[in-house]
Design a protein around this ligand. Structure first.
Ligand SMILES: [Zn+2]
Ligand SMILES: [Zn+2]
Length: 264
């Protein structure tokens, strides 16, 4: 062991020399980057928004600068994806075909800053949960597990909630349908949809005055008030009022403007 120490130290010394050299080269670039496009505050997320979350599924913890959202993934609305023995099971209303499996309990957790920031550059969302909805069900983007966009044959598997089941469980892709069975979920209104991985809230297509926001950025976001913010402006997303195809409206098929936190 003693005998090996010298070459290891020598290697370590060489490594440090190389990295410090390259660090010096990068330093000027780094400082340029941060002065060109530093992040900016999106404002304080209004805490009353978290009252909208389904307390049977979602636990919210406030810890100073951070908010942790934990969910068991079990929605508080009816679906054909519930087991037929469950009280919230219904026959399909809009789904023409169901994906295999059904609604089951699982653990989803994300910790986000209480004052999330707009990042210097936007970030594409990936497969899996990109946010947690007010019902506790995870929000997915517009891609299926094999990275193909939602298409008609996939949309036929969505229940009225805009959800279907996948290998990781029951999840939402699209805005819910305007059917009598839908008594809770946002459809062409101002309701809160949930919180995305970058800590920004996602609302329905409309503002609280029932208008469609006209100043949205490419991600459907803007600074403004909501029914939760008590007159304060903060950055939030809306479902973009555009058909993905036919009457399908994706919940979030764009890039995140903040820095995504891992949803575990
Ligand atoms: Zn899916
Ligand atoms: Zn708004």
């Amino acid at each position: 062991m003693k005998y090996l120490k010298f070459p290891i130290l020598l290697l370590l010394g060489t490594f440090l020399f190389i990295t410090s050299c390259s660090d010096n080269n990068d330093d000027s670039d780094d400082s340029d980057d941060s002065s060109d496009g530093s992040s900016s505050s999106g404002g304080v997320t209004p805490l009353s928004a978290f009252d909208e979350f389904n307390p049977d599924a979602v636990t919210i913890s406030f810890d100073g600068d951070d908010i942790t959202i934990e969910s068991n993934g079990l929605p508080n609305h009816t679906s054909p994806y519930w087991a037929p023995t469950e009280p919230l099971y219904i026959e399909p209303v809009v789904a023409l075909a169901l994906t295999p499996g059904g609604i089951g309990s699982r653990g989803l957790t994300v910790t986000v800053p209480a004052e999330p920031e707009i990042a210097a550059s936007s970030t594409a969302t990936g497969l899996g949960a990109i946010g947690i909805s007010v019902t506790g069900v995870p929000i997915f983007n517009d891609l299926e597990g094999d990275n193909r966009p939602i298409e008609e044959v996939i949309a036929e598997t969505f229940d009225y909630a805009g959800a279907h089941n996948g290998p990781s469980g029951y999840h939402y892709h699209i805005e819910s349908s305007d059917v009598p069975e839908n008594t809770t979920l946002s459809h062409d209104d101002e309701k809160l949809i949930g919180i995305l991985a970058d800590g920004f809230l996602l609302y329905g297509r409309r503002e609280m005055d029932n208008s469609y926001p006209a100043d949205l950025d490419v991600s459907g976001g803007h600074y403004g008030e909501t029914q939760h913010s008590d007159g304060e402006k903060f950055y939030h997303y809306h479902i973009i009022n555009e058909f993905y195809f036919d009457d399908v409206i994706a919940l979030f098929a764009v890039d995140l403007q903040g820095t995504p936190n891992t949803i575990m």
